[in-house]
Design a protein around this ligand. Structure first.
Ligand code: G4P
Length: 189
């Protein structure tokens, strides 16, 4: 998605060798018009997949999922993390490791909101090691819902998540594939 790549080139900052900081339009301040275009592009890619629900994970996925859901006209469910998991006993639960933050968190989704008959599209901001995506897929499988695919805003191709998930047969659609961020320069795939 050219508009997104242009914005990354203009505004992204680097943290260390492998983290891209996009706080100015995606992760802290949010450019709603850009998010609207992102939602429209996800809709173009998954329009024929009979999506009935969008699943994401707090926090940064929520805004993107909501803007996307307006195009599909379906609800958004977000997986809750850690102490936010106090939503009752009737939940699907899994553990997600964050390589970037060096932590791991228990995430959960109420059985009320995901179940058999749902056709679920996962939306998230970053794909790095793929643990968030794998955890959400686990929850969808446990719920016996159908998993349509994953829409990712920025995939980091130099980290293994995308490759591993595609090898498992997962449909991953990334709007910007960043292949490297060496020497202060971003290369797209
Ligand atoms: P994964 O998301 O593929 O599982 O990889 P990883 O474990 O490395 O990512 C952990 C968290 O860091 C995720 O956010 C992910 O979106 C974010 N992340 C990964 N790489 C980058 C990056 O280059 N830049 C930025 N800005 N974020 C990155 P999270 O823990 O779910 O937290 P939240 O930010 O959504 O609250």
């Amino acid at each position: 998605m050219e508009l997104l790549k242009k914005r990354i080139l203009e505004d992204a900052e680097f943290v260390g060798k492998d983290v891209l900081k996009v706080d100015m339009f995606l992760n802290h301040q949010i450019d709603v018009n850009l998010l609207d275009q992102i939602g429209k592009e996800f809709y173009r890619r998954f329009a024929d997949d009979k999506v009935s629900k969008i699943l994401t994970i707090e926090a940064s996925g929520i805004g993107i999922a909501c803007m996307t859901a307006r195009y599909f006209n379906v609800p958004v469910v977000f997986a809750k993390k850690g102490q936010n998991c106090n939503i009752g006993d009737d939940v699907y639960m899994t553990e997600i490791a964050s390589f970037t933050k060096g932590t791991s968190a228990c995430v959960c989704v109420s059985k009320k909101y995901v179940g058999p008959g749902d056709r679920i599209l996962i939306i998230d901001d970053f794909l790095a090691h793929g643990s968030a995506l794998s955890g959400l897929i686990e929850i969808i499988n446990e719920a016996a819902a159908d998993f349509v695919g994953a829409g990712i805003v920025i995939e980091k191709g130099f980290q293994p998540g995308g490759k591993l998930l595609r090898e498992r047969g997962v449909r991953v659609e990334s709007l910007a594939l960043v292949e490297s961020i060496g020497d202060g320069k971003i290369t797209f795939g």
